[in-house]
Design a protein around this ligand. Structure first.
Ligand SMILES: C=CC1=C(C)c2cc3[nH]c(cc4nc(cc5[nH]c(cc1n2)c(C)c5CCC(=O)O)C(CCC(=O)O)=C4C)c(C)c3C=C
Ligand SMILES: [Fe+2]
Length: 439
């Protein structure tokens, strides 16, 4: 599902033009089929996207653009980063059995396969007087390149579901990192996570809402985070966006066009102690509040030294254009290096971290204002994928303990999830091989 990127950039808007799925009106048969799928149990989670076919319905916007669903890796990782995020963490309810959890993971898989092609998860109307299976707010909106990415938290591997010997060593908790003085456990962690990304915020919200609805007897929502604009780039074909500090973010990110780097840094391979994780990845989320008012009163020279890049062009302070190579040795007249030794890009760079890289996929967020102070409650919902978060994210984060940026940011949530590989075909479901079944 992460093969060649078929998209091309619209140079006028800086946004990639979508690949248009061959889809159109949602026929009654498709909707009814979806209802059957969602009503099924673990082994019977057939149906979904592959049964879908319709006349082409092309549109100049992204409405009918779709991302591949089945494949080696889950979508929503190296996928061209969409502009909206809704991310949810769930806890499994007390007294839920292993079979009930498996059935939920199968129902989520079937639902995700339908949503990925812009279908509802079941009928949006009903004659029976019962509530419809799909909540309806995304009906006829299109997929807008929706991706749904499902993961497992450390707590899922306790003794409740017979998974204690299936926990990968790489999923052990990250623990308290040097900058972690204000982490709120109520918005961190969780048994399961679901990342929904789309070009349309309502489509992303609809996915999470219907996952919660499908799972209401099995899971409870633990926390939820919206992201209103992408703060990274995951392909060379998209422009680098800006974070809420006004800097281009994602310039030196791992990009989909470089699968060798993704294989080396993002995808779990033979090194894993748990074969079911091969083709998967590890996801770190960090909600990082920015002290926006303080940042806005810092002078531009200092802002640029903190990041080591120019604010307007995104070029390194040792270069002229955004993608110019960094020169960490270059000295200024006073003998100090041009890129400050405590700048963000120097400390986060692979040269300073034993070659470790991460795939960043963060989003700008706002929670409105902090009513105690009247200041903006906003920042970066940082998302990173990697082969091993202890060796990659935590290593870089430990280097960033000296980051001058820390004066202007506070991490307030932190989570680690194992992202299983992609689903192979209809009937496969999240964690199927982890539970000992053939995919
Ligand atoms: C531990 C990992 C990282 C955290 C946490 C983090 C927070 C954070 N970053 C920015 C803004 C920028 N980051 C940039 C580059 C960059 N950041 C990280 C890692 C973390 N950032 C890496 C690995 C890199 C790439 C370094 C390199 O190889 O050059 C940049 C520069 C542009 C870019 O390359 O993307 C900006 C800007 C903020 C605002 C922030 C927390 C709020
Ligand atoms: Fe960064």
């Amino acid at each position: 599902m992460t093969g060649d990127d078929p998209h091309s950039e619209d140079t006028a808007t800086g946004r990639r033009m979508p690949s248009f799925g061959r889809r159109g009106f949602l026929g009654v048969a498709g909707v009814a089929g979806a209802g059957l799928v969602v009503g099924g149990a673990a082994g019977g989670a057939a149906g979904g996207a592959a049964g879908y076919s319709a006349a082409s319905s092309e549109s100049p916007d992204t409405a009918h653009a779709t991302e591949p669903f089945y494949g080696t890796h889950q979508a929503g990782i190296v996928t061209y980063q969409q502009n909206s995020l809704v991310f949810a963490a769930f806890d499994v309810k007390d007294a839920v059995t292993t079979a009930q959890l498996q059935a939920l993971l199968a129902r989520w898989a079937a639902a995700a396969s339908l949503l990925a092609v812009g279908k509802p998860v079941g009928p949006v109307t009903t004659r029976s007087g019962a509530p419809p299976a799909d909540t309806g707010e995304a009906f006829d909106l299109g997929a807008h390149r929706l991706t749904v990415t499902v993961g497992f938290g450390t707590t899922l591997f306790d003794d409740r579901f017979g998974l204690s010997d299936k926990m990968p060593a790489a999923l052990r908790p990250l623990g308290q990192l040097a900058v972690d003085t204000s982490i709120d456990p109520t918005i961190s962690g969780g048994d399961l996570c679901v990342q929904a990304c789309s070009e349309d915020p309502q489509v992303a919200f609809h996915a999470i809402r219907n996952f919660a609805r499908i799972g209401r007897n099995v899971v409870t929502l633990r926390w939820l985070q919206e992201g209103f604009g992408r703060a990274s780039a995951t392909t060379n074909s998209q422009t680098t966006p800006r974070n809420l500090m006004g800097f281009k973010d994602g310039t030196a990110n791992i990009k989909a066009e470089d699968p060798k780097v993704a294989d080396a840094q993002v995808w779990v391979g033979d090194e894993t102690d748990q074969a079911w994780m091969k083709g998967g990845s590890y996801l770190v989320t960090r909600k990082i509040r920015m002290h926006i008012e303080a940042w806005d009163s810092d002078d531009i020279t200092d802002q640029q030294q903190i990041f080591g890049r120019y604010k307007d062009s995104g070029a390194p302070l040792t270069g002229e254009a955004e993608f110019d190579t960094l020169d960490f040795a270059k000295k200024a007249g006073d003998g100090a290096t041009v890129i400050n030794r405590f700048s963000h890009i120097r400390l986060a760079h692979p040269d300073n971290n034993g070659g470790a890289q991460i795939l960043r996929r963060g989003y700008n967020y706002t929670d409105g204002i902090d009513t105690r102070t009247g200041t903006l409650a906003a920042g970066l919902f940082f998302i990173a994928f990697q082969k091993n978060a202890h060796e990659q994210f935590a290593r870089i984060q430990n280097s960033l303990a000296q980051d001058r940026l820390n004066e202007y940011i506070t991490p307030i949530s932190s989570s680690l999830f194992a992202i299983p590989p992609g689903l192979s075909k209809i009937g496969d479901w999240y964690g199927k091989t982890m539970f000992g079944y053939q995919s």
